[in-house]
Ligand binder design. Structure first.
Ligand code: GZL
Length: 324
């Protein structure tokens, strides 16, 4: 539709609630559950919203269709967490022509920035760099100077979380001469993590580090390592690095199964609500990119703080009962 809908008006569907269409990636991980809960609780009826939520089940075609349907329904705002970065221009243009502001959260999109109002999420490359810088400091502290063999269980191929974490961490692989044996797509799921770890154990005899690009992949990798009789984590032979730092992930860090976990904050919804309130009052967000705050967690204090090659000061939080 080519209406010239005024974003500050609320032609919402029912009794003055602000109507929001949210196209969510899926339900593949604990992180995703926290992200969905944050949106549902922020954009509740009690808070004055009519939320249309679509779980796109990790299928890009379904996600584009969901956004198209929101345009047809003439919602007041559209929120997208894009499964992959590409393929967005056409449907974003349709939303713009309909006068519906689009807010992107979490993962990035490769699209003309004039087609969406703002993006709220994480700096995935920085997450990868923090992990690489931590591993460098950890290996030095453990005086491990011989060959370091690493395998990566990557996230959904083409997602900005996978692209950024890979880019950030692999800078440190190159700079430190580590031996990256393999990196395959585990789709951010526990099943994916287990299957890929099983195949790595068949292909490579001495693995020193496993990098899992989210906690659910780490849970699967740990299942495979356990079944193979390998030792890992705080007192084991194999170092495990993970991302997200979900509650379940931090429990494994506290137990010493995961050595270090780099947070990816799923709570973008409150940041988005601030932007919607600004738009409603005829304003606009302070910037097009809003980064959420994130921390870094470790199972012990072998490495407490360090500076990344990019000049960022990192302090590791040791996970204990107070943190959980
Ligand atoms: C990252 C997010 C990723 C999480 C995974 O912001 O998109 O997708 O790291 C989730 O757990 O599946």
């Amino acid at each position: 539709s080519s209406g010239s809908k005024d974003a500050s008006s609320s032609s919402s569907k029912s009794n003055d609630l602000i109507s929001i269409g949210f196209a969510q990636v899926g339900h593949e991980s604990d992180w995703r559950t926290a992200s969905t809960e944050s949106c549902r609780s922020t954009f509740s009826k009690e808070n004055g919203y009519d939320l249309s939520f679509v779980d796109c089940d990790n299928k890009s075609a379904d996600q584009l269709e969901a956004v198209r349907n929101f345009v047809e329904q003439e919602v007041d705002y559209i929120i997208i967490d894009p499964i992959v970065e590409t393929g967005w221009d056409t449907v974003l243009k349709e939303a713009k022509d309909a006068g519906i502001p689009v807010l992107v959260i979490d993962r990035n999109i490769k699209a003309d920035e004039s087609l969406y109002t703002a993006w709220v999420g994480s700096d995935f490359t920085a997450e990868g760099e923090s992990a690489g810088a931590w591993l460098k400091a950890y290996l030095e502290a453990k005086k491990k100077t011989d060959k370091v063999n690493i395998v990566t269980i990557a996230g959904t191929n083409g997602s900005s979380a996978q692209i950024g974490r890979t880019k950030g961490f692999n800078k440190y692989v190159k700079a430190n001469g580590w031996n990256l044996l393999d990196e395959q797509d585990g789709d951010f799921t526990q099943d994916g993590g287990q299957k890929i770890m099983e195949s790595y154990l068949k292909s490579y005899k001495d693995i020193d580090v496993v990098v899992c690009q989210n906690d659910n992949e780490a849970f699967g990798a740990i299942d495979a390592l356990k079944a193979a009789g390998k030792t890992y984590g705080k007192d084991g032979d194999i170092i495990i690095i993970s991302f997200d730092a979900t509650n379940a992930g931090l429990k494994d860090v506290k137990e010493g199964s995961i050595n270090a976990d780099f947070e990816c904050n799923p709570l973008a919804a409150p940041y988005v609500e601030d932007i919607i309130k600004k738009i409603k009052d005829g304003g606009k967000p302070d910037s097009q990119k809003v980064y959420v705050d994130e921390a870094c967690f470790a199972c012990d204090d072998t490495v407490s703080s360090f500076k990344t090659d990019e000049g960022k000061d990192i302090t590791m939080t040791v996970v204990d009962d107070k943190v959980l």
